[in-house]
Ligand binder design. Structure first.
Ligand code: HPA
Ligand code: ZN
Length: 328
């Protein structure tokens, strides 16, 4: 299985670039930028990365992102991620970034976008990895803040394909951002949102009906509502599932209890992704392996998951065909 997984061409559709910041690079940037971290050794980091919920992770994740200051810092974290993609046969990526995490600390929007984009362009040329960039709004912040960020992003619209919604889910339902996402739709951004990770299935319905998402990030709580599962199947609305993240953040009790393969067998367009690989103990292949090791998955099903990752992407129909045909 491990060999097959390594060889499969894959797309990654749910990856927070700030979540790919490995401790070694975090320490180096902290030193360069004169920033004090809550930990001094890798050992202390490993102890701190012992999460009990989404919020307990987010506190640590935002503290880590503080070391990103200059354009070259954003370039470096993105480039390091792309090198892991190359090593794991990930041929296409759709990357999230959280501009508000950085602009709220006084970092310019253009510093963030330019650093990430320069690495993505180099990745296309030198590594042959195609990429899109998706800007996420932090759902714990206000609608007004989201509108301000949308406005700022418009100068860089040629570099940003779409918008998403992340951070602390419960208490911040998609409906809070209905007007912002309508404005995003109007300017032509593709729309996705995190929903049904910790929030219940009503968050997924809201993301579909009020935000008009093209796919759902996580979405694993959909199976609380049989009508919703049928709807996802009928409309082929993809779920970008992140198995290691779900176990680490206790959205599911163990990998054996994960519903991804049941959903796949029912006909839901599920995909496997890494979310925040530097924090959850693995990149995309480790997520495939964790699923294959704990659930009974056939080789054909692993191939289907890899095909789904291209089908669920924002690539053109011709590009989707090109990639899925590579997986026979
Ligand atoms: N959920 C919500 N917000 C996030 C996540 C996640 O999995 N990762 C980074 N920000
Ligand atoms: Zn996520």
């Amino acid at each position: 299985m491990k060999e097959l997984i390594a060889k499969l061409p894959k797309a990654e559709l749910h990856l927070h670039i700030e979540g790919s910041l490995e401790p070694e690079l975090m320490f180096a940037l902290a030193q360069k930028n004169n920033i004090t971290l809550p930990y001094k050794t890798i050992e202390e980091v490993k102890n701190a990365y012992n999460f009990t919920s989404l919020q307990s992770f987010l506190d640590i994740y935002y503290a880590g992102a503080n070391v990103l200051i200059t354009e070259s810092d954003f370039f470096d974290v993105t480039w390091a991620y792309l090198l892991t993609c190359k090593a794991q046969n990930v041929l296409h990526v759709e990357i999230f970034f959280d501009p508000q995490t950085h602009t709220s600390r006084g970092i310019a929007f253009e510093t963030v976008v330019n650093g990430i984009t320069k690495a993505l362009q180099k990745g296309e040329i030198e590594l042959g990895i195609s990429s899109f960039l998706i800007m996420c709004f932090l759902r714990h912040l206000s609608e007004e803040e989201a509108f301000k960020t949308l406005q700022e992003s418009l100068l860089f619209k040629d570099k940003i394909l779409g918008v998403g919604l992340d951070s602390s889910e419960v208490g911040h339902p998609p409906s809070k951002f209905e007007r912002v996402f309508a404005a995003c739709e109007n300017v032509g951004y593709k729309i996705v949102a995190h929903a049904g990770e910790e929030g219940d299935s009503s968050y997924i319905w809201e993301a579909i009906n009020l935000l008009h998402v093209k796919r759902i990030d996580h979405g694993i709580r959909c199976d609380e509502d049989a009508t919703l599962v049928e709807f996802l199947i009928e409309k082929q609305i993809p779920l970008t599932v992140c198995p290691l993240s779900n176990v680490k953040l206790r959205a599911v009790s163990s990998m054996r209890e994960h519903n991804i393969i049941n959903l796949l067998r029912k006909g839901v367009l599920v995909t496997i992704n890494s979310d925040d690989p530097a924090y959850f103990g693995g990149y995309i292949n480790e997520n495939y392996e964790a699923v294959a090791n704990s659930l009974h998955v056939s080789q054909e099903e692993l191939k289907l998951l890899a095909q789904n990752s291209f089908k669920a992407s924002f690539l053109s129909e011709a590009q989707k065909q090109h990639f899925t045909q590579m997986i026979a």
